[in-house]
Unconditional design. Structure first.
Lengths: 228, 421
């Protein structure tokens, strides 16, 4: 037990000085109250470590964008050069989304898959905008990516059925997304039916499967999530 | 077995919406034992305790409109104590459990997210962990109902949202409250929260309270108010009132056994001028307690809270939008209502045999940029511990309070988590 001569207060501490007046503490033989001495953990400065790999990636990304910008400028084909830059930029963006949003992300697995699927669609839409006008992204790729994402999540769920309650809302959301291509066909924005049909059928099949094989669990999960 | 889930209770609904790294909305109980803590036994004790406390064995999940609590069957995690207290809201490292049980030398600490429970519920959970820990160390304890164990029947009421249960539509709401005077100062570096604990002899504290004819809560509230007035307010040109926020255990006024949040509060509205005596401050506090602790006033507070939750737009607003709006509103209104919060959990009752193994129990609240200084009180084993948590470097307020208590004749010893500066 220690005491501050100036404040007259007793301290149970490893400090040398009074926390109030900074005067040196002196040992005290007669404590006001008998207590068990207990320290506090030592303070450590929370220094954020800089990742060399991450910094290298940032450096290479910026370098790639600058080089592309210079090439497009000196190639003297401003319009084509701009699109080339856009494609490189979009590819790098997707690459970053893949690293940060899929590999390093703390989000759950379906969320990562959906984020990656949407960023892929975005990338190919940009490429298509530059290279062709035959709408292959909306006609084929949109349905293909959405269906693949849904299959991946369903497969992951079957590997461990207890994941069902964590995946259900995103699974339902993705099933709805799978219906988008058929809506686009109906609105005559796209003109190839079979990929849209497959995506929609698969989405509906998953919803139906959830209701038939796990009606109680699905309803409970919906009740939890939609309680107001 | 059917999986359990719980909608957040009325008071808890705000906490996940406004919690952030520097404002975790958590509180902490610690027990200093007379021997070093054994982590392996502690973990087993926690596992055992969770069987009896299903409302604590949960994780926080996002719904479409509100957060909710879902049964969590993951492995429990215990860790060595962190120097930062009440500063972790990273539930992932706790396997999604909304509490953090830690140990350091002879101390066992638990930090509990307020969305889970209030101080009364929290201390019941902590008592049970301590009980199971000592039991697993082969210590014979005769539990005569002080601790909730598996032998004590689990009641449905323990998971009740007592705010909704005691809601009366006919009562009128409370009036709008003005912003409070704020204590300000220079902030610590590294988000450090200063914790100063005053370990007081409960008997001498009782004697002093008796002298002023008030309760211990009223006495400490008066000292806090008196010090805020003489150290800050008198030198400041502020029109805002000093408002002490004092949570009240509503279970004492309504019939409730809930282990979830069921605390209401008293808020002083103090505007003094010139020289005032301590006796006058005590009278003012006693008067405020008398007014605020009426059942009608409490029902009005419940009504105000429930009414907001029942509002159609609030109820059916999707969660991301709700979070955004609540954070904005909370930033403007919520944090300005209190000068300082002072929470007294009261006396902790544990079986007599446990006194031989537990030296003291303390209680602390988190502090943040919004609530820069907070005070808490708890009593056990004839030791009452007044804890100040503060993000401010200046300690003249804490010093003033401690010095005043000492001069009143209360025997005390001070400990601090702060290192030499």
């Amino acid at each position: 037990m220690k005491k501050c001569i100036k404040c007259g207060i007793q301290f149970d501490t490893n400090r040398y000085t009074c926390p109030f007046c900074k005067v040196n503490l002196v040992n005290c033989d007669k404590p006001n109250i008998e207590i068990v001495h207990q320290d506090y953990p030592k303070f450590k400065e929370d220094v954020k470590k800089q990742s060399i790999v991450l910094n290298l990636f940032i450096f290479l990304t910026i370098l790639a964008v600058i080089i592309c910008a210079l090439i497009s400028y000196f190639a003297n084909s401003k319009e084509k050069g701009f699109y080339a830059l856009l494609i490189v930029g979009a590819s790098l963006l997707v690459c970053w989304l893949f690293i940060k949003g899929v590999i390093l992300s703390k989000m759950n697995f379906p969320m990562r898959i959906i984020a990656f699927a949407l960023s892929l669609i975005m990338l190919f839409a940009i490429i298509e905008y530059d290279l062709s006008n035959d709408s292959w992204v909306l006609n084929y790729l949109l349905s293909f990516i959405l269906t693949s994402a849904l299959i991946t999540i369903v497969f992951a769920m079957f590997l461990k059925i207890s994941r069902f309650k964590n995946y259900i809302s995103l699974l339902i959301g993705l099933c709805f997304l799978n219906c988008i291509p058929i809506c686009l066909y109906d609105l005559e924005i796209i003109n190839v039916l079979w990929p849209a049909f497959i995506a929609c059928s698969f989405g509906l099949a998953v919803v139906l499967g959830m209701l038939v094989f796990g009606f109680k669990a699905t309803m409970l999960e919906l009740k939890k999530r939609f309680h107001a | 077995m059917k999986e359990k889930w719980y909608p957040l209770d009325n008071a808890a609904q705000i906490f996940p919406l406004v919690s952030k790294k520097r404002y975790t909305n958590s509180f902490r109980f610690s027990a200093v034992l007379k021997e070093e803590v054994e982590p392996i036994i502690l973990k087993e004790a926690l596992k055992e305790t969770l069987k009896r406390f299903p409302t604590f064995s949960v994780s926080l999940k996002k719904g479409v409109f509100w957060y909710y609590l879902e049964q969590n069957d993951k492995e429990v995690v215990i860790r060595e104590e962190d120097p930062y207290f009440c500063e972790s809201n990273d539930y992932k490292i706790q396997n999604d459990y909304l509490f953090n049980l830690s140990y350091f030398q002879k101390r066992i600490s638990i930090e509990i997210f307020h969305g889970l429970s209030d101080g009364t519920g929290g201390i019941e959970f902590f008592k049970s962990i301590l009980y199971n820990y000592l039991l697993m160390k082969n210590i014979e304890i005769n539990n005569t109902g002080e601790v909730l164990t598996e032998a004590v029947e689990e009641l449905i009421d323990e998971a009740q949202d007592s705010f909704k249960f005691n809601y009366e539509a006919k009562i009128s709401k409370t009036e709008k409250e003005v912003n409070a005077y704020k204590i300000d100062g220079k902030l610590h570096n590294y988000d450090w929260v200063d914790c100063i604990q005053t370990i007081m002899d409960t008997d001498s504290l009782k004697e002093v309270s008796k002298k002023y004819d008030c309760t211990i809560t009223q006495l400490i509230s008066s000292v806090l108010l008196y010090q805020i007035y003489y150290q800050f307010y008198i030198y400041d040109d502020s029109n805002k009132p000093i408002r002490l926020f004092i949570p009240v255990n509503a279970r004492n006024y309504f019939s409730s056994k809930t282990l979830r949040n069921f605390a209401l509060f008293i808020r002083t509205n103090s505007k003094f001028e010139g020289n005032i005596s301590f006796e006058e401050v005590v009278e003012h506090i006693k008067e405020t307690f008398k007014e605020e602790l009426s059942k009608e006033r409490m029902l009005a507070r419940i009504k105000t809270n429930i009414k907001l939750e029942k509002n159609f737009f609030v109820r059916y607003m999707i969660l991301p939008l709700k979070t955004l709006i609540v954070r904005m509103v909370y930033k403007i209104i919520g944090t300005g209502a209190n000068t300082l919060s002072f929470s007294n959990v009261g006396k902790v009752n544990l079986p007599k045999e446990m006194e031989n193994y537990i030296d003291r129990i303390d209680f602390a609240n988190s502090a943040s940029n919004d609530a820069k200084v907070n005070a808490t009180l708890i009593s056990y084993n004839n030791k009452s511990i007044l804890t100040f948590s503060s993000v401010l470097i200046e300690r003249q307020f804490q010093y003033g309070v401690i010095k005043m208590l000492q001069e009143m004749g209360i025997r005390l010893v001070v400990t601090t988590n702060d290192l030499e500066v």
